[in-house]
Ligand binder design. Structure first.
Ligand code: SRM
Ligand code: SF4
Length: 562
């Protein structure tokens, strides 16, 4: 049969899902068996749908592989009620590494849980009526929404919509509850369990992860263009007229694989709020039906958009939603990022934005954020909101309680004014080593030191108060959205990074490769001529990212992969 090629085979994960649509695998029996320290490779994949990653401490690999677990909470819009927070704080101390990690999608991660602590952690989270279901896996992940109370009077409505979409896109398997809450194995004698097929996702769920975010212009604090599915609130005459639908954003890529690339979402059309859930489901179903199930590196919705085009996509969504989208309405983003310090809400209460270095809530010799937050939440029952930039907000604080909260923070060496330099406040790093199995280089552990060196350089070049958005990731998966920053460092090998330049403040533009490999110790020397030129040649209040896009990247030879 010369000239014919066999159709590509579905990936291994597709077979796993098809053979076990409940996603139970053999998690229950392995959990119950104390003699086994790890789950099988198949269960490793099923565990993700339950919000769990089996990892090993990479600092200890040379001695022996020590299995640990990362558990990720799903918190739509980053909302954490006081009771939830106190439970998370306790579980992180009892079973994790005594830290809580705010994620770049407004979730919480527990790190360093050993197998015997996994069951109690999961039960504790669920007993507090929180969940980790669908925080990971080939399903819709944590839905992002703007967290900051002062941004819009319509914030509560948009937050509610985010929760509505999150609930509508949840997988329906009962295995999660049975394993982690009831502590029983799924009874496969039970016909319903044996024949279970998820009504929305079908037998094999999605070809890959799926991400959703809501934004309210002009603030793009959720980085909406990096999501598979984006909803941009259109506010007319003080009311929510509807949403512009965005689709096909995503950042992950692999070094040296041109089939993979970061992509910003396309603007598809506009619809009224009452159609929100139909539209969300329609977009998810297009991914389910057209995503590449043969190659997981090419399986995200962004590749469907890139290869079939936004017009085709719009048609498919309309057919599934059962109505026509209107033309997209005008909108403009001007900035991203968080507000820090005390601010007044729309009611008479206040909120406090707190900078959290690399999103890690912990106690150190220099400051005790974890203890301070526990005291505050215990005493004032404050609601916490996690931001997409890995910071947090204490909300609905009564005017009379402000002083006491400021005092508790001061006792734990956390200032509410001038919490960190502009550079640090605008930075993000992914966890990378020692927990992430995919890390090629350090990120969270070295960014603070690197930022110190960059701050020195800014001083030296007369740019001391300049805000530059700097993000670092330990590999090109882009978890801290390094491809949208003004300066991005992307891990290539231990101590070595690709250097990206040219993102913008509104986070609507991808940055581009400026240097293929820079050693950590050479980064400052690489940046010095750029900062010097920026100080000399910038136009007015031009930002560093815009200057790089206008000048530096234009000067690069055509052969450079920028
Ligand atoms: Fe991520 C995989 C951490 C946001 C793209 N990500 C991972 C894993 C689970 C590693 C693994 O698969 O073994 C990392 C766990 C590290 C650890 O030890 O904790 C991990 N990702 C994170 C977090 C914690 C980074 C952070 O600094 O906060 C974020 C958790 C968000 C959440 O609460 O759900 C996180 N990951 C992102 C984002 C940013 C976003 O969604 O806004 C991206 C880029 C956007 C996108 O999805 O395209 C992202 N993570 C990836 C990818 C690349 C996917 C791809 O399309 O190629 C992987 C690898 C994979 O899925 O195979 C990955
Ligand atoms: Fe791990 Fe890479 Fe994500 Fe960093 S960017 S957390 S190294 S997968």
């Amino acid at each position: 049969m010369i000239g014919t090629t066999a159709p590509a085979k579905p990936s291994r994960n597709e077979g796993l899902k098809e053979n076990c649509p409940t996603l139970a695998g053999t998690i229950g029996p392995t959990l119950a068996n104390p003699a086994v320290e790890r789950f099988t490779d198949d269960d490793y994949e099923f565990l993700k749908f339950h919000g769990i990653y089996q990892q090993d401490d990479r600092d200890k690999r040379k001695v022996a592989k020590q299995y640990i677990f990362m558990v990720r909470g799903r918190l739509p819009g980053g909302l954490v009620k006081a009771d939830h927070y106190l439970t998370f704080d306790r579980l992180a101390s009892q079973h994790g590494n005594n830290t809580l990690r705010i994620t770049s999608r407004q979730g919480f991660q527990f790190h360093g849980i050993v197998k015997s602590g996994l069951g109690p952690t999961m039960k504790g989270i669920n007993d507090a009526l929180a969940t980790t279901l669908a925080a990971c896996g080939d399903v819709n992940r944590n839905v992002m929404a703007p967290p900051t109370p002062a941004t819009s009077t319509l914030l509560a409505q948009v937050q509610d919509d985010a929760r509505r979409v999150s609930n509508a896109l949840l997988p329906q398997t009962r295995a999660y509850h049975q394993i982690w809450v009831e502590g029983v194995e799924l009874n496969l004698e039970d016909e319903a369990a044996r024949n279970f097929i998820d009504p929305l996702y079908g037998k094999t769920y999605l070809p890959r992860k799926f991400k959703t975010a809501f934004a309210i212009p002009p603030l793009n604090d959720v980085d909406v263009f990096t999501n598979c599915l984006g909803f941009v609130a259109i506010i007319e005459e003080g009311k929510l007229a509807g949403y512009n639908l965005l689709a096909g954003g995503g950042l992950g890529m692999s070094h040296g694989n041109a089939q993979t690339y970061p992509r910003v979402a396309d603007v598809i059309g506009f619809f009224r709020p009452e159609h929100l859930v139909e539209v969300a489901k329609a977009v998810l179903i297009v991914h389910r039906d057209f995503g590449d199930r043969t190659n997981r590196k090419h399986a995200r919705l962004k590749y469907v958009l890139e290869e079939k085009g936004p017009e085709w996509f719009r048609d498919e969504v309309e057919q599934r939603a059962g109505f026509k989208l209107e033309a997209a309405r005008p909108f403009q983003f001007t900035k991203q990022g968080d507000l820090f310090g005390w601010h007044r809400q729309h009611d008479d209460n206040y909120f406090l934005g707190l900078y959290v270095e690399a999103g890690r809530i912990k106690d150190t010799d220099q400051y005790q954020l974890k203890s301070a937050l526990r005291k505050i939440v215990e005493r004032f029952r404050t609601e916490i909101r996690l931001t997409p930039s890995q910071n947090l907000i204490l909300t609905d604080v009564k005017p009379a309680d402000r002083e006491a909260i400021t005092g508790i923070l001061a006792e734990h060496r956390i200032p509410v004014e001038n919490q960190a330099t502009v550079i640090r406040r605008a930075s993000m790093a992914c966890p990378a080593l020692p927990t992430c199995g995919l890390a090629l280089a350090e990120s969270e552990r070295i960014l603070p030191d690197l930022l110190g060196r960059i701050e020195q350089l800014l001083k030296e070049t007369g740019l001391e108060d300049e805000e530059i958005i700097i993000r670092m990731t330990g590999c090109p998966n882009g978890c801290a959205r390094s491809f949208m920053s003004e300066i991005g460092f992307v891990g290539k090998a231990p101590g070595k990074y690709q250097l990206y330049l040219g993102g913008n403040q509104a986070s609507t533009r991808l940055n581009r490769v400026y240097r293929e490999t820079v050693k950590n110790e050479d980064i400052v020397n690489e940046l010095r001529p750029l900062f010097t030129r920026f100080a000399r040649e910038r136009i007015g209040a031009e930002r560093f990212g815009d200057f790089c896009e206008r000048v530096i990247l234009k000067e690069m030879p055509a052969s450079t992969p920028a």
